[in-house]
Design a protein around this ligand. Structure first.
Ligand code: C2O
Ligand code: CU
Length: 485
């Protein structure tokens, strides 16, 4: 029996095959979208974050408590501003170790980027730091620490940041699905966030799959209405492949940046990636689901049931967002630089990567990793120093602000890597494995053996470039670019 999904897949594959495998189809390029009117915000948001341990019942109301680390009393705060609004966020550190806030995907001033030792001094226990920024782009973002990342993020530190001002018309219902696993023992205590076996492979996975800090979520939507679903993969490790069952869904934004809407088949999201969908809700009493199809068994991220007053059925028009307003690089005049994401030279991970995963020798080599060899991964054969960032390595590249760059990213490992560049929104020009329309993003999933070209106009400062599987960056797959003013 052929299901609807298989049909969609077949149709999608045919369309993409016609587009060829080198350049990406222009679908998703911005000209189809209307220009955004000037920002209307201007408010100041003064936020107080106290990073500390708080009890949370992750294992259900009757289960044992878990000592989570959070910014507020909410397990996962959803912060909301309008385009043009200013943010003044005071971070007070009541954790036993240093921390900082990185505003993932926001094109902010380098001094506010939250990378300890590179853009600011680490915020030590008992200290505070004030972040001031005016987000220049609307969309779906998040914030997280940038030290001991798998540990701090693994215990909960994250917040969703929504910047309004991109909608031509408001949807009837909106909802956030923030995906994140917990790595818990049955008694509610933490299992180690990182393991050498995980760090040297695809990463260490959580034991409890979760959305919005609770078990898979239920939402009420307006019958026949339009639902904007903002999906964020906030997990340390897990890749999800998102699809919608029993409703028509369009992709309307990627990493917060509007695209010319296209029908969703499935969309693969590595850690840190975001996807905004517009879904046409069914008639009253019926439901649709947002599902992760990546693993052997599917996982439901959210069930949406149409309830309450019914909207009159009208044709589905998914074009509800204005075009992004992001400087576009000129690939013809751009300087080209290559970045190869690989195993650290001489590491056991490098030797094992050369073998097939079921080769017994690969297993022996991986077991040998129990000898702590802190650099498993590298960018252009250089590994980020282990432990703290205190000994800054030299930059991976020297760039000039205002100039156009095309980066060719290549993956020579057997694992996918979601590659993130701080402080910039780049355009994904071409991919060689996963077909994607040309789009703006701040994180792009680089499949094994894949080459991806991204282009952007450089902004001044020291900006991190790294894999967002947190153990990969901690074990070497991280570096930075120095962009001269
Ligand atoms: Cu979410 Cu260095 O990044
Ligand atoms: Cu990685």
């Amino acid at each position: 029996m052929i299901g609807r999904r298989d049909l969609l897949k077949a149709l999608g594959a045919a369309g993409l095959a016609a587009a060829g495998s080198t350049g990406l189809p222009a679908r998703g390029a911005t000209p189809a979208l209307k220009a955004r009117p000037p920002a209307t915000g201007g408010r100041l948001h003064a936020w107080d974050f106290v990073a500390r341990e708080r009890p949370a019942s992750l294992l259900g109301p009757d289960g044992p408590n878990t000592p989570v680390w959070t910014y507020t009393d909410d397990l996962l705060p959803v912060l909301r501003v309008r385009l043009g609004d200013r943010i003044r966020a005071t971070l007070r550190n009541a954790l036993p170790e240093h921390t900082s806030i990185h505003w993932h995907g926001i094109r902010l001033d380098n001094a506010m980027d939250g990378v300890p030792y590179l853009t600011q001094k680490p915020v030590m226990p008992g200290e505070s730091f004030v972040y001031e920024l005016t987000p220049p782009d609307p969309g779906t973002y998040f914030l997280h620490p940038h030290c001991n990342e798998s540990g701090q993020t693994g215990r909960g530190m994250a917040a969703v940041l929504l910047v309004d001002g991109d909608e031509i018309r408001a949807p009837d219902t909106e909802c956030v699905l923030a995906y994140k696993d917990w790595r818990l023992a049955p008694d509610g205590t933490w299992l180690p966030a990182e393991t050498l076996a995980g760090a040297s492979n695809a990463g260490t996975f959580g034991t409890l799959r979760n959305v919005n800090g609770s078990t898979p979520t239920r939402h009420a939507v307006m019958p026949n209405g339009d639902v904007r679903v903002r999906i964020l993969n906030l997990d340390n490790t897990r890749i999800i492949e998102v699809g919608v069952e029993d409703a028509q869904a369009f992709v309307i934004a990627i990493d917060g940046n509007a695209v010319a809407p296209f029908a969703l088949d499935t969309w693969r999201m590595g850690p840190a990636m975001r996807l905004d969908l517009l879904v046409r809700a069914p008639a009253r009493g019926r439901s649709f689901r947002v599902i992760d199809y990546f693993g052997a068994t599917t996982f439901t991220l959210g069930t949406f049931t149409a309830e309450g007053p019914e909207k009159k059925r009208a044709p589905f028009d998914p074009l509800i967002l204005y075009a992004p307003d992001i400087p576009r690089a000129d690939p013809a005049r751009a300087e080209r630089l290559g970045f190869t994401f690989g195993a650290a030279p001489g590491s056991a991970a490098e030797a094992a990567a050369a073998l097939s995963p079921d080769d017994p020798l690969a297993k022996i080599l991986m077991d040998a990793l129990c000898v702590r060899d802190n650099a498993f991964w590298a960018i252009n054969k250089a590994s980020w120093p282990s432990g703290d960032h205190r000994n800054l390595p030299p930059p991976l590249g020297l760039l000039q602000a205002g100039r156009s760059y095309v980066f060719e990213l290549s993956n020579v490992t057997p694992h996918p890597h979601p590659i993130h560049l701080h402080g910039h929104t780049f355009e994904v020009l071409s991919t060689s494995r996963l077909q994607r329309p040309r789009h703006f993003a701040d994180t792009v999933l680089l499949q094994p053996k894949e080459r991806i070209e991204i282009a952007f106009v450089a902004r001044p400062g020291d900006w991190m470039l790294h894999c967002h599987v947190l153990e990969h960056l901690e074990y070497g797959m991280m570096g930075y670019l120095r962009v001269a003013a």
